[in-house]
Design a protein around this ligand. Structure first.
Ligand SMILES: NC(=O)c1ccc[n+]([C@@H]2O[C@H](COP(=O)([O-])OP(=O)(O)OC[C@H]3O[C@@H](n4cnc5c(N)ncnc54)[C@H](OP(=O)(O)O)[C@@H]3O)[C@@H](O)[C@H]2O)c1
Length: 287
């Protein structure tokens, strides 16, 4: 049976570099996917020029119809997925404080889309498969400064409902003008992005519990500060360097690494350590 790997949002940036790395190291079919067909096909051509042959399919993670069409295609062509990397995301890094509409968009793409993927694509992930949620330092629990939510997100009985309520607490607060930005580290800079990535890390733990009986691993990770369009070209890593830890996690890490939060240097961190210094500092980004 041919093995199948899928990377969301892989027409550029870290996702593109992960596809490139998989094409060199993974024995199976590697799907480059993109929300924009023209950009996706251009990325495939770029890889073809260096002798690499990804498979391609359109996939907009916020569009249920697109995810369903992709699911049907993969089921028909291959029957299942062995590796799934939830990489697609957006951030408005031009401004550190954003409107409700901007925050809603960020949360929809970076968090709610993974619920759609979970519902529609996870049933296709084969037993012993691997799922990686590309998060951020913005996803560590130390980004949250509200004691009620720290406690609730730390519960061993955490559910998807809890996580959705956390995200909606933020969105409703911003919409109504009542959100206290001191409930988020660093004065609440890039609050929507942090909320979405914290929610994604929390969701990783719930997803891992759900999929443990099929020996599927689900981990989240921070790829480092990486020179991509998202950071307007700033960072200490290029995309190929940044792809190394995701590739390690998906191809080489022990299968019993499960529900973990992994730093760009492969260290497994305690996600629950809300007093730790792992949260994102906007000063480092803007200097
Ligand atoms: N760069 C960093 O320093 C950094 C740090 C921490 C975490 N991360 C995380 O690393 C991952 C990759 O980021 P990056 O820096 O490589 O960003 P990037 O260069 O901006 O690439 C993001 C990718 O996601 C795609 N995308 C956005 N919305 C989508 C949607 N609705 N459906 C499908 N694809 C969609 C984009 O497609 P388009 O080309 O169509 O926009 C693009 O291919 C993200 O999860 C990000 O949050 C990055």
């Amino acid at each position: 049976m041919t093995k199948v790997a899928v990377v969301t949002g892989s027409n550029k940036g870290i996702g593109f570099a992960i596809v490139k790395g998989l094409l060199k190291r993974f024995k199976g079919v590697v799907y480059l996917t993109a929300r924009d067909d023209a950009k996706g096909r251009a990325a495939v051509e770029e890889l073809n020029k260096v002798g690499l042959q990804p498979a391609y399919h359109q996939l907009d993670v916020t569009d249920r119809e697109s995810v369903t069409t992709f699911r049907d295609y993969i089921r028909e062509q291959h029957g299942g997925i062995d590796i799934l990397i939830n990489n697609a995301a957006v951030a408005n890094t031009v401004s550190l404080y954003n409107s409700y509409e901007d925050n809603k968009y960020v949360v929809d793409v970076n968090f709610f889309s993974v619920l759609t993927i979970q519902e529609i694509l996870y049933p296709l992930v084969r037993d012993n498969g691997r799922i990686l949620n590309v998060s951020s330092d913005c996803g560590h629990l130390s980004n949250v400064r509200n004691s009620y939510w720290i406690q609730r997100l730390s519960s061993k009985e955490l559910t998807v409902k809890d996580i959705i309520e956390f995200v909606n607490w933020f969105l409703e607060g911003v919409k109504g003008g009542t959100f206290n930005y001191d409930d988020i580290a660093d004065g609440g800079t890039l609050a929507g992005y942090r909320i979405a990535k914290v929610a994604l890390c929390a969701l990783t733990i719930v997803q891992q519990n759900d999929l443990a009986s099929r020996n599927i691993s689900v981990n989240s990770m921070h790829p480092g500060f990486v020179k991509t369009d998202m950071t307007v070209g700033r960072g200490f890593y290029d995309v190929d360097q940044a792809a190394e830890t995701p590739l390690y996690l998906i191809l080489e890490a022990p299968q019993d690494l499960k529900g973990a939060y992994v730093w760009y240097d492969r260290r497994v961190l305690d996600w629950y350590d809300y007093k730790a210094d792992y949260y994102f500092k906007s000063k480092e980004f803007t200097k």
